[in-house]
Design a protein around this ligand. Structure first.
Ligand SMILES: NC(=O)C1=CN([C@@H]2O[C@H](COP(=O)(O)OP(=O)(O)OC[C@H]3O[C@@H](n4cnc5c(N)ncnc54)[C@H](OP(=O)(O)O)[C@@H]3O)[C@@H](O)[C@H]2O)[C@@H](O)CC1
Ligand SMILES: Nc1ncnc2c1ncn2[C@@H]1O[C@H](COP(=O)(O)OP(=O)(O)O)[C@@H](O)[C@H]1O
Ligand SMILES: [K+]
Length: 461
């Protein structure tokens, strides 16, 4: 998987900064660099619009003073309003570098542009309600607003809102993304996210999900080499049919639907095998060429469904577990290296007691189960047992319609059959699913995603 922009918790950010200081980087120099990067972005976006910069007591406020000074040197009419005294040596130095007037947050008049440099990664509790209300009022009066590093009031590590938070036109993340940039509800308060490079070395564990690089089939490829996928059917045939069709459009060479029904809907290219009995299912699964097996969509939750799931587990093929399979299975039964695709409800049922942010919980679930976990939602988190994490962002909320999870599960199985690499397959599938949704536009149904998949794949070749 392509390494995207790193995601660091507040503590990881502090140690990354400390490592830079230990290597001789000047504390205040880093703040100048951060402020300059942010000012350049604001200048490009806002030009000469009159601007109010709100500066808090910590280093986020220090960034604000640097931004104010640099915008003013470009001719922008800038005013500064503060909340309290600057409390760190760098922020005091930044404040000393601002020789314009300093107003108080409580009484400052609004401007066309608002820059929020009240709090960043150091926020330890919600803003005082009067301060939060003032921030929201000033933001509502501005036509453009910029959050420096983070919108003030969000918890950097979890994305929770600790107090009322306005919606920002642009959030300028400094040095690395923080979980709150991608996790909801905080992610929903930023229309555009830009990460400014300030020389923080990349971590190799958590990243924003990036567009994958896919390979087209070569002259030596044939359908089995490209990957044979089996989709195990159950009581609700439609879900399995959707999943099989997604797998068939994922780049895999061949898809078999191991059906518990007599239906033959869907593309003719999908081979429907009669596997109504558990014995018949065993026979169908007895094929060493199977590169991925998907079980769960439409499986059902009764004794027959359980028997079908157990049959699948016994064969030991590379596995994708979705939907009902996630309800029927216990964590100890999950084979190492399988891919799980739980939504919030399924995740909580399987891994109820896990603490922390969505990223923390996905990572712990992967570690506990030995599986690759795709923890779905508007902010899908993909985690591997070795600690790697990729977080998808910007996905269409129109995906919240029945059957899109079945399409994702089929895509995951298909990409697993193609790549034989579960973490990579998970990332590719989530990306392609999101891109297909973008292409499908508005008010689409799950079937429409299928039609958009080949174009989403073509765009990544
Ligand atoms: N390290 C560096 O050199 C660089 C850091 N960078 C920048 O620094 C930011 C992190 O800076 P930071 O650690 O100083 O934290 P920051 O977010 O400014 O706030 C902390 C202050 O707020 C206070 N406080 C907290 N919550 C509060 C509340 N609800 N209501 C009222 N007060 C509250 C808290 O005091 P407390 O009461 O919690 O002791 C403390 O005084 C980071 O996001 C980035 O912008 C860049 O410049 C690159 C270089
Ligand atoms: N509000 C949303 N914004 C973006 N993506 C969403 C949203 N709600 C759901 N999704 C995505 O849509 C899919 C829904 O899957 P799931 O809940 O299993 O639905 P179903 O079981 O109906 O197929 C997942 O890929 C999920 O990440
Ligand atoms: K801020």
């Amino acid at each position: 998987m392509n390494a995207g922009t790193p995601i660091l918790t507040a503590a990881q950010m502090r140690s990354a900064e400390q490592a830079l200081f230990d290597a001789g980087v000047d504390d205040y120099g880093l703040m100048e660099q951060a402020g300059a990067a942010a000012a350049a972005i604001i200048w490009r976006a806002g030009g000469l619009r009159d601007t109010l910069v709100l500066c808090g007591p910590g280093n986020n406020g220090g960034d604000g003073f640097v931004i104010a000074r640099l915008l003013r040197t470009r001719g922008v009419a800038v005013r500064v309003a503060v909340l309290g005294e600057s409390g760190t040596s760098s922020s005091r130095r930044a404040r000393a570098g601002w020789d314009g007037p300093v107003e108080q947050l409580a009484t400052a008049a609004p401007a066309t542009q608002l820059v929020d440099a009240l709090f960043g990664t150091g926020l330890s509790r919600g803003l005082d309600p009067a301060v939060a209300a003032r921030l929201c009022d000033l933001s509502a009066s501005a036509s453009h607003s910029y959050a420096i590093d983070l919108p003030s009031g969000v918890d950097s590590d979890s994305g929770a809102l600790l107090s009322a938070v306005p919606h920002f036109s642009i959030c300028i993340a400094l040095g690395a993304l923080k979980p709150a940039h991608l996790l909801y509800p905080a992610a929903g308060h930023v229309r555009r996210l830009i990460c400014a490079d300030i020389g923080i070395p990349a971590s190799d564990l958590a990243h924003q999900l990036m567009p994958p690089r896919l390979a087209a089939p070569g002259p030596d490829d044939h359908k089995y080499r490209r990957g044979l996928v089996a989709v195990v059917g159950g009581t609700m045939a439609g879900a399995g049919i959707l999943a099989a069709q997604a797998a068939a459009r994922s780049g895999a060479g061949m898809v078999r639907r191991l059906a518990a029904d007599g239906l033959r809907h869907g593309a003719d290219a999908i081979v429907t095998q009669d596997a109504q009995t558990v014995d018949a299912l065993h026979d169908s699964l007895d094929d060493a060429r199977l590169a991925a097996v998907l079980v769960g969509p439409g499986l059902g939750r009764d004794a027959t469904a359980r028997a079908r799931l157990e049959a699948v587990l016994r064969h030991g093929h590379p596995l994708v577990l979705d939907a009902d399979a996630l309800t029927l299975i216990d964590v100890e039964q999950i084979p190492d290296g399988a891919i799980l695709t739980p939504h919030e409800g399924e995740f909580t049922r399987l891994f109820s007691d896990l603490p922390g942010s969505k990223i923390d919980r996905a990572r712990s679930a992967a570690e506990r189960s030995g599986a690759i976990v795709i923890y779905k939602g508007a902010d899908s988190v993909i985690a591997a047992p070795d600690g790697r994490v990729a977080v998808a962002s910007g996905s269409s909320h129109w995906l919240s319609t029945a059957g899109t999870g079945d399409v994702l599960a089929g895509l995951v199985a298909g990409r697993l059959a193609v790549t034989r690499d579960a973490f990579r397959a998970a990332g590719e599938a989530v990306w392609l699913h999101g891109d297909a949704a973008r292409r499908a536009g508005a008010a689409f149904i799950a079937d429409d995603l299928l039609a958009a998949l080949p174009a989403a794949i073509a765009a990544r070749l």
